[in-house]
Write a protein that binds this ligand. Structure first.
Ligand code: ZN
Length: 228
């Protein structure tokens, strides 16, 4: 979409980096998805253990269909782990389970970036669904105002991605701290969990970078249109 402009090379570069990071995540996940943890705990048992240690007996742990569908549901107070991670005792499964519990802990203590992020959800959805289209239609019909609104809407979606970063990095930091603190993983196993979570976090950075280069491209195209 609107690939041709002054930042085309940058878009292609970020696209390439995104593909590499996704491939890296897939291979890291596959690698540590085959290594069982020394205590033989499943993802579900790990999540339950950490939640209980923090007195969050009210937060449920449930399996959900699909791959990489793991998430925390703040409304239902449920940590949902993909079926594989729920029952697996791999290092990757434990890292993901502890990460999702990290979000439950953020919710329990009203972690500010998480609150801000949930406030931005509607704007982000409108922004990513309609922003690019309004921009293109505005451009084609020479309605600069409409194109500018499209650009701002797309900017709202990027802002959401920006606020997502501290939420994700913090959940991973909590995960690693808790895996260590409660002796769920040994010192020798922790680097694997760290690697899984770090590469996963990079995918969020790549998504933000993609939005930023598109915004640069859109802004440049809009600026050129004005000069005509
Ligand atoms: Zn997360």
């Amino acid at each position: 979409m609107l690939l041709f402009g002054p930042y085309t090379w940058l878009i292609l570069l970020v696209f390439l980096a995104t593909m590499l990071i996704q491939g890296w995540l897939k291979s890291t996940y596959a690698k540590y998805g085959r290594v069982p943890n020394s205590r033989g705990l499943s993802g579900a048992e790990t999540a339950r253990e950490i939640l209980d240690r923090y007195g969050l007996a009210n937060v449920q742990v449930e399996p959900i269909r699909g791959v990489l569908t793991d998430h925390y549901d703040p409304r239902g107070k449920v940590v949902r782990l993909s079926e594989g991670n729920y029952s697996s005792n791999s290092l990757a499964a434990l890292a993901v389970a502890a990460h999702e519990v990290g979000h439950a802990l953020q919710d329990a203590e009203n972690y500010v970036p998480m609150r801000v992020r949930s406030q931005l959800v509607p704007a982000a959805q409108i922004g990513s669904n309609f922003g690019p289209w309004l921009f293109i239609i505005g451009l084609m019909m020479h309605l600069t105002g409409l194109a500018t609104i499209g650009l701002y809407l797309f900017g709202a979606a990027a802002l959401f991605q920006l606020v997502t970063l501290p939420v994700e990095f913090n959940a991973s930091a909590r995960a690693l701290a808790n895996l260590k603190k409660f002796n769920l993983l040994s010192a020798a196993e922790l680097p694997a969990a760290r690697q899984v979570l770090t590469v996963a976090a990079l995918t969020y950075v790549a998504a933000l970078a993609m939005s930023v280069v598109y915004i640069l491209q859109y802004a440049a195209i809009l600026g050129m249109g004005r000069d005509d």
